[in-house]
Design a binder for this molecule. Structure first.
Ligand SMILES: Nc1ncnc2c1ncn2[C@@H]1O[C@H](COP(=O)(O)OP(=O)(O)OP(=O)(O)O)[C@@H](O)[C@H]1O
Length: 357
């Protein structure tokens, strides 16, 4: 029983004319699970079925030890303590922001402290008197997040909450999602198409295709696997845990990673701060020898593991740097020129290291 209190147990089936959902999942209650997959694979349907919004979905749903659905039992949607945020969140137009937040909060009978906490954490005080039509897309999504969280949900379901926003607005709201991830204390299921959001927010990752779960596991493990569709995308890369060593006068951070010391530009963080970094395969090039005359700061010794041909004359190279996987994308021509073979010792040159958290 103790184990069930720490997991989400989901086993759902749903048949539509040209689509079948077949999802068996055991997810950790801690942290954010990102659900990722091509359009139409059933991500929204899965979230809706967990919320009880798909009457035809059969099976079982158990959230942290609380039974919401079983073969002979079905808790109606309005009795499931779910917070939901969609791509376009419909706020009540005749109420101001405060009215919108109080509406759901009051019905849920949650504490005043919870309402105040989320207003503060999502920095909504300056918006409380505003009507939804006067808010920007990003502000509206922040209000929608708070509205969901002040109902004291047992699980937060986020269905592409950033996809209607432009890049600038997305980067403004991502830190708030990190606050939610850190402070909400409830499991979050997050549907997105954006690898950037996966790399930045996911603790656990579920990959779906045609209604089925194809892989599920810790995000860093799955993001770094070479045999999953993620590795074939243009923005393929690896995500590494890093720790700040120090920062020089020019804003260059030295980072300790299992692959070796890496450098990236970023804001000041005290030494020891844990960060996540992402290295895209297209930012990684390979050399047979160590060159001191290069402007590149990030040079690591590595061993070539595998070579995979990609469409368009490119090759994806999987390497291990001190036992840590890295990906490089090079041209077929470079492969031939350097006569690359599995097992070779190489130098990995990294053009850009992106800080994610
Ligand atoms: N109300 C509905 N009635 C009938 N079929 C539907 C309905 N909603 C979705 N579908 C179909 O069910 C399948 C799964 O849809 P779903 O919206 O869950 O996919 P998705 O992975 O969330 O897609 P996207 O990334 O485009 O939002 C698709 O084939 C879709 O066309």
């Amino acid at each position: 029983m103790a184990e069930l209190a720490n997991t989400l147990e989901i086993s759902l089936r749903l048949a539509r004319s040209a689509f079948q959902l077949h999802a068996d999942l055991r997810l950790p209650v801690q942290g954010t699970t990102v659900v990722f997959g091509p359009s139409g694979c059933g991500k929204s349907t899965l979230l809706r079925a967990i919320a009880g919004l798909e009457p035809a979905a059969s099976g079982g749903v158990q959230i942290a030890g609380e039974l919401w659905q079983a073969p002979q039992f079905r808790l109606p949607a309005h009795r499931r303590a779910v917070g939901m945020v969609f791509q376009h969140s419909a706020l009540l137009p005749h109420l101001n922001v405060e009215g919108n937040l109080r509406y759901g909060w009051k019905r849920a009978g949650a504490s005043t402290a919870l309402l105040a906490q989320w207003i503060e954490r999502l920095q909504l005080t300056p918006l409380l008197a505003r009507r939804p039509h006067s808010l920007s897309g990003g502000e509206r999504q922040r209000v929608a997040l708070a509205r969901a969280l002040v109902t004291a949900p047992k699980v937060l379901l986020l269905d592409e909450p950033l996809s209607a926003l432009d890049a600038q607005r997305r980067s403004e709201i991502l830190p708030f999602l990190e606050t939610v991830r850190r402070d909400a204390g409830i499991p979050i299921l997050y549907v997105t198409h954006a690898v950037e959001e996966v790399a930045r927010l996911a603790d656990y990752l579920v990959l779906m295709e045609a209604g089925h779960i194809t892989s599920a596991g810790p995000a860093l493990e799955l993001l770094n696997r070479n045999d999953l569709p993620l590795a074939l995308r243009d923005d393929a890369g690896v995500v590494l845990d890093a720790q700040v060593i120090d920062r020089d006068a020019h804003g260059l951070l030295a980072l300790h990673t299992r692959a070796g010391t890496l450098y990236a530009h970023g804001p000041a963080h005290p030494p020891g701060t844990p960060l996540r970094i992402r290295i895209q395969a297209r930012d990684v090039s390979l050399a047979l020898h160590h060159h001191d005359d290069s402007s590149l700061l990030n040079l690591l010794p590595a061993t070539l593991e595998t070579l995979d041909a990609l469409p368009g004359g490119q090759v994806q190279v999987r390497l291990l740097a001190n036992g840590t996987p890295l990906l490089a994308r090079i041209s077929h021509r470079s492969l031939e020129r350097l006569q690359l073979q599995p097992g070779m010792a190489l130098w990995v040159q990294i053009k850009a290291v992106a800080l994610l958290v």
